[in-house]
Design a protein around this ligand. Sequence first.
Ligand code: NAD
Length: 438
Amino acid sequence: MKVAVIGTGYVGLVSGTCLAAWGHDVVCVDKDAQKIAGLQKAVLPIYEPGLADLVESNAAAGRLNFTCNLAEALAGAALVLIAVGTPARAGHGDADLSFVYMAARELAPHLETGAVVTIKSTVPVGTGDVVEKIIGSIRPSGSFSVASNPEFLREGVAVRDFLDPDRVVIGVEDERARKALMDLYRPPLEMRGTPIVVTRRRTSELIKYAANAFLATKITFINELADLCEEVGSDVGELALGMGLDKRIGASFLNAGPGYGGSCFPKDTLALLRTAQDHGVSLRLVEETVTANEARKRRMALKVIDALDGDVDGATIAVLGLTFKPDTDDMRDAPSVPLIETLQRFGANVRAYDPVGQENASRLLSDVEFCLDAYECVRGADAVVVVTEWESIRKLDLARVKRAMRQPVLVDLRNAVSHGVARELGFHVSAIGRSASA
Ligand code: NAD
């Protein structure tokens, strides 16, 4: 099947590439000419493990093409995936749908008769209806369908998630769309028995928000329990293990940390709340999750300040890990940003290191000294703060870290390194969900 993918970001590029790997004939289109020029030479605009090889091999096989020309991309395409961004509208919290609506207006004149336009972007309930109206107003006599197919991939393991998903959700209003999407996902269905959940369009749109809000709530639950652990002398890691082995609960998303971030949970929880408010429904659990998470992110700086006896003015703080999680270069809504900004407001000098996120981080942060590696970062520091649990940071040689620092203070916001070893070396350790110790 020929598929056009509009938007070549984290979701569009991974989706288009993996669809090509399944044998579909894919054209990815983006407005960003620099991105497309790079992709035409197999230079990726994002860091995502395993993606570069897959782009290269599928482009070489002629199944994956990149263009800025929408008309060219849509010629002969039976299926069009919209994978443009839907960020939170500044100051409002609801999803900014301008990119989706713009894509709908732009694609309408070039749409093949009978094509299925599928919204892969995360969009509020009813967006499919609006997209259908937009296309219908430009192509009043055109025959087309609009479907929903939310994406659940996680950055860092996106290729694996797309090729071997827990489930695929498709929301359709007619048989043509159902058939096209079943054909699209036939490879994982046949090779892996992937469950395909077929719903009406509005339910599919809501499933994505419900799933993300649930996961955000689960993270916030364990984070609050971590606070209690610190007060009562329990260990949140052991607590999570004891809880998570219960199959009804599940072990994932029970890692306490500095609060969730990233390009999805913060904006999607807010957008869901806005939808609920618009319909007079109160989602109190989600409201509390959002409030608790914001407060937590702000509190993390105080944890660092406490570890330095309440004063960071003039202190040098080494921050290890900047992205919202390991194995991505995505800095959107990363907890490292409010942490660093708050420390700077209290007078700290911040040095930072991240294996791949520094370029994106440098656009969001000012007056931070970015370092070439973790050991250079901790040189002369009064405290080292672990914010993102990259494998290389987990495996740090703590003895070497201690030798390089001015004083041995470790604040581990991910419980990523061995606190036993750190303490033996003489570090003062402040962790998440464990009592601090000298
Ligand atoms: P992104 O910002 O990385 O990519 C969006 C791309 O769309 C950009 O390259 C931009 O240039 C392009 N674009 C915008 N308007 C366009 C137009 N009219 N024509 C052509 N190209 C256009 O965004 P993303 O992270 O890939 O997210 C896309 C959607 O997928 C969002 O709704 C997001 O919520 C959802 N989603 C993201 C993830 C994730 O982990 N990033 C996971 C699941 C779902």
